[in-house]
Design a protein around this ligand. Structure first.
Ligand code: HEC
Length: 135
């Protein structure tokens, strides 16, 4: 019985040892990867364009919203078009942001910017509002 227990203990310790060295190996490999450049989006490569947590409103707009909101596709209110934003402005930034984030009629959720955070969507909505003369 004693022998069995010590055999088990030895097995346990060697397992522990094995997983330790495995972790070291993983750490080593991760260390090797650390110096690789992070993957960035083409429009995001200019450091001055990105803000602390995420992209600027302009960057997100150009990436995801411009496709519809510059040309007014499918009835999307156009950038800098005061008349088309009338009736929407009074909803306020928070509601407009939620609608853009969750989707609203023909407006797809997140404006198809699937990796956009709520904050990034808010910035891009703010960017659109800033394009209007009165807001
Ligand atoms: C596929 C086209 C499309 C894309 C891409 C798109 N939108 Fe829209 N958006 C629309 C359409 C269409 C409407 C009008 C919906 C309506 O009023 O029925 C709209 C409306 C809106 C509104 C007004 C919502 C309201 O409550 O009146 C906001 C704000 C908005 N979009 C923000 C964005 C933002 C921000 C992005 C990018 C992150 C974006 N959209 C990308 C089509 C699009």
């Amino acid at each position: 019985m004693k022998k069995l227990i010590s055999t088990l203990l030895v097995l346990l310790f060697s397992q522990e040892f094995l997983s330790d060295s495995y972790e070291d190996e993983v750490r080593k490999r991760l260390g090797l990867l650390k110096n690789k450049p992070m993957v960035t989006m083409a429009s995001d490569s200019d450091a001055s364009e990105s803000v602390a947590a995420g992209r600027t409103g302009e960057a997100v707009y150009n990436l995801g919203c411009a496709a519809c909101h510059t040309a007014g596709l499918a009835g999307a209110p156009m950038l800098a078009n005061q008349a088309q934003w009338e009736g929407r402005l009074e909803k306020g930034l928070e509601t407009l942001t939620n609608n853009a984030y969750n989707g609203y009629n023909a407006m797809p959720a997140k404006g198809l910017c699937m990796d956009c955070s709520l904050e990034e969507i808010e910035r891009s909505v703010q960017y659109m509002l800033d394009s209007l003369t009165v807001n």
